[in-house]
Design a protein around this ligand. Structure first.
Ligand code: ISE
Length: 336
């Protein structure tokens, strides 16, 4: 049975999701598109084989000819749309962050628990990236001993104007927060944040250096710098008791020429994580057909936001700040 997907939000990311759905072709189709800017919705629909354009997000969610919803609209709309999907009993893949406030994050989790089914997958696509998955497998084998450090670098070439110093944490470094929880399978206990001076290329926005400590004592450091000019550069190295696991450069091609060895750096996350976006879609569709959910749950999305909020408090207060997160509810520990 073909899964008919309705897309809400056809901006840079939404248009890329539309292309991923169309090129995936594994029994899923882009059936409808909504965007607050109708011209943009029409352009995305036309570029992707002529999906229907729907006037409102509410109409798209209620549409009986839509089986599942992909939410890629502006961040503040994520939580209300996720709740609308849950109330309509419609599964949704919702871009990160799941909510703009912790109250909203709790409301999404509460709505899902009330409904009694896991309907939300959060778009933390790195959980589907082959590199991070290989890192997780290597950790699971146990031969390297216990993890001690996880060093992360997250650099974008050019941050959008609306991205504030706070959003460098809540919108960018939140990816590392989620992938660290996924790899280490535990929660954070403490957050400390220091910022260098702003780059002259973006005087209104500070890079962030985050140090997180997990409950069992692993230290995770994240350099988050969205104005790095030269390209999109995501690195990760897990240091364990008797060895280390490091993400390889991506694309994994090295050229030797005229006395130099070079490898390319992708311009932004869409190409760097192309395989991850595709696998995220495949995993989501598989879960809609009854397979086990493999992506971030609404709880994972909320836990990442709680951790990011502690980082923001630590940044503002310049103090080591506790991450206070309740135990994962049993509902999220069992398969859907
Ligand atoms: C953006 O929203 C993303 O999700 C990208 O993966 C991340 O690298 C970027 O910094 C965010 O702004």
């Amino acid at each position: 049975m073909t899964i008919r997907i309705g897309l809400i939000g056809a901006g840079i990311m939404g248009a890329d999701h539309a292309r991923t759905i169309v090129s995936y072709g594994g029994g899923a189709e882009l059936a409808a598109v909504h965007d607050a800017d109708t011209a943009r919705a029409k352009a995305a629909a036309k570029a992707c084989g002529g999906a229907r354009v729907v006037e409102t997000a509410e109409a798209l969610i209620a549409d009986p000819d839509i089986d599942a919803v992909l939410v890629s609209s502006p961040d503040p709309t994520h939580a209300p749309l996720a709740i609308a999907c849950i109330e309509a009993g419609k599964p949704a893949l919702v871009e990160k962050p799941i909510a703009s406030t912790l109250d909203e994050g709790r409301a999404v989790v509460a709505a899902e628990m009330k409904c009694g089914r896991r309907l939300i997958q959060v778009g933390f696509m790195r959980r589907f990236d082959p590199g991070y998955l290989a890192m997780k497998q290597a950790l699971a084998k146990g031969g390297l001993g216990a993890p001690l450090f996880f060093h992360c670098v997250h650099r974008n070439a050019v941050g959008p104007d609306y991205l504030t110093s706070e959003m460098v944490i809540a919108n960018s470094a939140v990816h590392e927060i989620d992938i660290a929880r996924f790899l280490l399978e535990e929660e954070f206990a403490w957050a400390t944040v220091r910022s260098p001076r702003a780059s002259r290329r973006a005087p209104g926005r500070q890079p962030q250096f985050i140090v997180l400590e997990t409950r069992s004592g692993v230290v995770v450091d994240i350099e988050a710098f969205v104005d790095a000019a030269y390209g999109y550069d995501v690195r990760g190295e897990m240091v364990c008791e008797t060895g280390a696991i490091m993400l390889a450069p991506n694309p994994a091609v090295v050229t030797r020429e005229a006395g130099h060895e070079t490898f390319a750096v992708e311009p932004d996350w869409r190409d760097r994580f192309r395989a991850a976006y595709r696998e995220q879609l495949a995993g989501w569709i598989d879960s809609l057909r009854g397979g086990a959910p493999r992506g971030s749950s609404a709880w994972d999305g909320y836990a990442a936001s709680v951790t990011a909020a502690a980082c923001l408090d630590a940044w503002r207060s310049e103090n080591r700040t506790a991450v206070t997160l309740a135990e994962t509810p049993g509902f999220y520990r069992r398969p859907r």
